[in-house]
Design a binder for this molecule. Sequence first.
Ligand code: ZN
Length: 475
Amino acid sequence: MSSKLSEINDEAYGIGNITSFDEFSVIRNSITDSTIKIPDFDTLIEMLNGSYDSFSNCDAPLGEKLTGTIEKKMETEVDILTIYEDILNEGSNSFPKLNKKAHISFTHGVIAYPLPAMFSKLDASKTWIAYWLMNSCILLETELSNNEKENASKFLLKILNTNINDNNDQYQGFGGGEYQIFHLAASYAAILTLALAKDQNVWSQIDPIKVKNSLLELKLPNGSFIMHKGGESDTRAVYCALCIAQIFDILDDDITKGVFDWLIECQTYEGGFSGEPGDEAHGGYTFCALAAMFILTSPDKILKSNLNFDNLIKWTVDRQYNLEGGFSGRTNKLVDGCYSHWIGGTCSLIETLINYNSKSKTFIPICDRQKLQNYILCCCQDKFGLRDKPGCSADFYHTNYVLCGLSMCQHYQVYDDKLSVEFAPAFGSIPQKISDSDIIDIKSGNIVSAIDSVFGLPYGYAKDMYSYYHKAYSM
Ligand SMILES: [Zn+2]
């Protein structure tokens, strides 16, 4: 570790002592004056060199007290700067690789055994845990064993059949666990897991008409959906409902009426989308809103709609921080590994729109993939599994979404109108591995599976499940 930086970390950068932006500027200048030996890692050097300016992005007016969030943001920046400096000082051989072996043993290992008692607080998130872990296994390029797939399918059937709303023959849907009410987010995760398990025997036990009846119970007259009976309406609920409807091939006017216009109302003055009209722009809601548009219609129609595309691009690219390389979810918030998917997926969808409309044959990226991959490899890997940021422990959620983000770094999407017509607009994108090392350098050990940016599944799984229902119910 650089002695200069340790000194700053241990003494001058005692966060509690910093009360104004002026004071921080003094510290910043003392870092800039230091002579740091930098080995030849072009991007990391660039990130480090730009870092001293990025500290000033905290937007605190001169002389004003810093907020708790800004203090934490500065603390995180110094932690990450220290990690990058250490890597640079140690030489190129020490640059972290994706520790696939450890992450695979984490994901498959957790699936193999019942969760310990401490996880009982996640009783309403069982379908999510199944999705995060199984999705991660496939993103890490491993197969799910027959045992893993059968156990997941059987367990999800139990949740489906014990749904406490499901007391009449007309409705089918999932709660987060056994004996829980129908919930859109829990159902989205359950159905994605069933897509990963690929068990047609189980698929045949779900009737799309009953699923449609359940979805329509949650539809509001303004076009949006609520998460569950008596629950909140937001862009997440809309996204989950549309993913489910698309996979079961029940996406008709009853489901889609008014949805697109309601989503447009959720775009904020900043350019990102909020959960509902009038709220703050947020990475998760923005991904949900844009991915939902890709399910509803073609890129051409999205581009010709009332979406403020320039503002959306500006807000999205502003989410990537120069020093950290990773994304934040909201203006002035901290970097977080899970936004590698929520914002990364948004970047991927925006790039699809830009490149769809472009006459150039060259792919035009809107985020710096090398920097994001550096953040993921250097800062988001725990001993087993992946995490939000340095200082945090790995968890199932971050393991999945950091891997989804890594996949986005390594691929871009090409939109094929023929596929859109043959299947549906949601299935028009085909991922392509990026081979241009100016965009991203992908070492063989770091490769992850290609992702379907719309559904959050490895490519092909959503389309296969859709094709099953399309064939089974169109005869
Ligand atoms: Zn997170």
